[in-house]
Ligand binder design. Structure first.
Ligand code: GLN
Length: 512
């Protein structure tokens, strides 16, 4: 079932193998008909993660990038929509030479081709990975995932045994007496077998470690060695999951089955993600969507920065539609994330006024950047009805980008992915990044209206990062830490390389 942590489990397996010097990539299969996650409502599906190549993908790819320290591409997120679109395009071109086009073999062959293609995409070092993790989303037995599981079955029977390993994640719940129950595992293993898939490793999601007796039981009815039954106990931080699986001996089972050279693990990553906290900051994030999964990359980026600074970041989620004036008494800093649509806008602008006037550390991202410009235009330049063209009425100091004007399709048409940004010397931005040119990921349709740039920069506002004549970063020179970016720095943050705006923001919060 969803929400058990398939993505984190797969990413953790990847980290365990990577710590043993094996190169890893990852593919996420989402069995829905959408071409990609770009058009999906984040309140239902969680964050839309953006890749370097502009792919708008499932949030699990963010976990893969963070755990494995790789840059993935849109090809690494396979959806039913993408598979069917390709097959139908091929059919229209006549590629199938008069055949009747069917789920088996045409869709399954296409799925296999997509997996193989993504697995061979070169990593940052120009070489393809040695091992590819393939996460099949959904639940065993769902209609949607059937063609994918059939493709996986075929791949497994076509390849030598050691070339694939099947890890099945199941829920091992406790009953009212707290005793662990294996029934859900028995049933899902049975359903999997009916599809011709036999698990090599069973990972049981549980609130307390699965004891030897229960492991023996699972091992017996699932027909696998007891050491291949692994407990995945709930931990306070997802970055601890690799360590938990490591303790359970999963590395040995993986290495043995796949015939891998068993290098000594390098445990540096573990010490980075579990560095002790000696300090704490409280950051308010003003949001429109109530669920935290929508802001997972921001949460992770704050955590990366916090670990590097030995500072625990606690987050206070502030509903943009509920508060009157943001109460900054207990906050060390405020963050306004990206978003779409008019809902909650006025409170966010109000909050920006407060942090600007009260000199509270502030980080604005994407929509958060645009609203800083609107607030400044209203309250410093006196354009009292300043707004963004995304909303109705008023004077738009944020307007639609010219190349976006004629676009009518919503899917995959924003300004997406990597663009270089030139930083202005002597600014907060250049102190944060310590570089002249940076690369960050984007996802937006609107920008600072070029007509207003001269007026906007007459006083304390500086556009300290630009791409051609597009404004990418703004800051205030009469404020201890006020930085906002048109791009999304959170998508490039890794535990080993915290994002520069985030680490400097947390540092500023800790100083308060
Ligand atoms: N809605 C704004 C735009 O399209 C901001 C987008 C975002 O925050 N990702 O430009």
């Amino acid at each position: 079932m969803s929400g058990l942590g398939k993505g984190i489990t797969a990413a953790s397996i990847g980290r365990i193998l990577k710590n043993r010097s094996h190169s890893i990539t990852a593919v996420k299969i989402d069995p829905y008909l959408n071409i990609d996650a770009g058009t999906m409502n984040p309140a239902q599906h969680g964050e839309v993660f953006v890749l370097s190549d502009g792919g708008e993908v499932d949030l699990d790819l963010g976990n893969y990038e963070r755990f494995l320290d790789v840059d993935l591409t849109g090809a690494h997120n396979i959806t039913t929509g993408k598979v069917y679109r390709t097959v139908i395009e091929k059919e229209r071109r006549g590629d199938y030479l008069g055949e009747t086009v069917q789920i088996i073999p045409h869709i399954t062959e296409q799925i296999k081709a997509c997996i193989t293609h993504a697995a061979h995409e070169p990593l940052n070092n120009g070489e393809p990975a040695k091992i590819c993790l393939v996460e099949v989303g959904g639940t065993v037995g769902d209609i949607e995932s059937m063609p994918f599981l059939e493709a996986v079955r075929q791949m497994r029977s076509e390849l030598p045994k050691e070339d694939t390993i099947l890890v099945h994640l199941t829920l091992v719940p406790g009953d009212t007496m707290g005793e662990l129950k294996t029934k859900p595992t028995q049933h899902s293993v049975k359903t999997l077998r009916e599809l011709g898939l036999i698990a090599d490793i069973i990972v049981g999601r549980t609130h307390r470690p699965i004891d030897a007796g229960i492991k023996k039981k699972i091992s017996a009815f699932c027909d696998l060695p007891q050491k291949a039954v692994i407990s995945a106990t709930t931990v306070p931080d997802t970055y601890y999951v690799p360590m938990e699986l490591e303790k359970e001996g999963i590395a040995e089972v993986l290495t043995e089955h796949m015939g891998l050279v068993s290098h000594e693990p390098d445990n540096e990553w573990y010490s980075i993600v579990s560095r002790e906290y000696t300090n704490r900051v409280n950051i308010g994030i003003i949001t429109k969507y109530g669920i935290e999964d929508v802001y997972i990359s921001i949460k992770e980026a704050l955590k990366h920065a916090g670990r590097a600074l030995s500072t625990e970041v606690t987050i206070q989620w502030i509903d943009a539609e509920r508060f009157e004036r943001v109460d900054t008494k207990n906050l060390d800093g405020v963050l306004i994330p990206g978003g779409f649509g008019i809902r909650g806008i006025e409170s966010k602008i109000e909050a920006i006024s407060t942090v600007r006037e009260d000199k509270i550390p502030f980080l604005g991202l994407c929509l958060g950047f645009q609203l800083c410009v609107v607030e400044y235009a209203r309250n410093i330049l006196g354009i009292t009805d300043a707004t963004s063209a995304e909303f109705e009425g008023g004077t738009p100091v944020i307007s639609i980008m010219p190349d976006q004007q004629s676009i009518s399709d919503l899917g995959g048409t924003m300004r997406l992915g990597n663009y270089p940004i030139t930083l202005k010397e002597g600014t907060l931005a250049s102190r944060c990044y310590q570089k002249d040119v940076i690369i960050e990921r984007h996802r937006h349709r609107y920008e600072v209206d070029p007509e207003y740039i001269p007026a906007l920069t007459e006083k304390s506002l500086i556009f300290s990062g630009v791409y051609q004549n597009r404004m990418e970063i703004c800051e205030l020179n009469d404020h201890p830490f006020f930085l906002a970016t048109q791009f999304h720095p959170e998508f490039r943050s890794r535990p080993t390389r915290p994002s520069p705006p985030f680490i400097n923001f947390v540092k500023a919060c800790a100083k308060r």
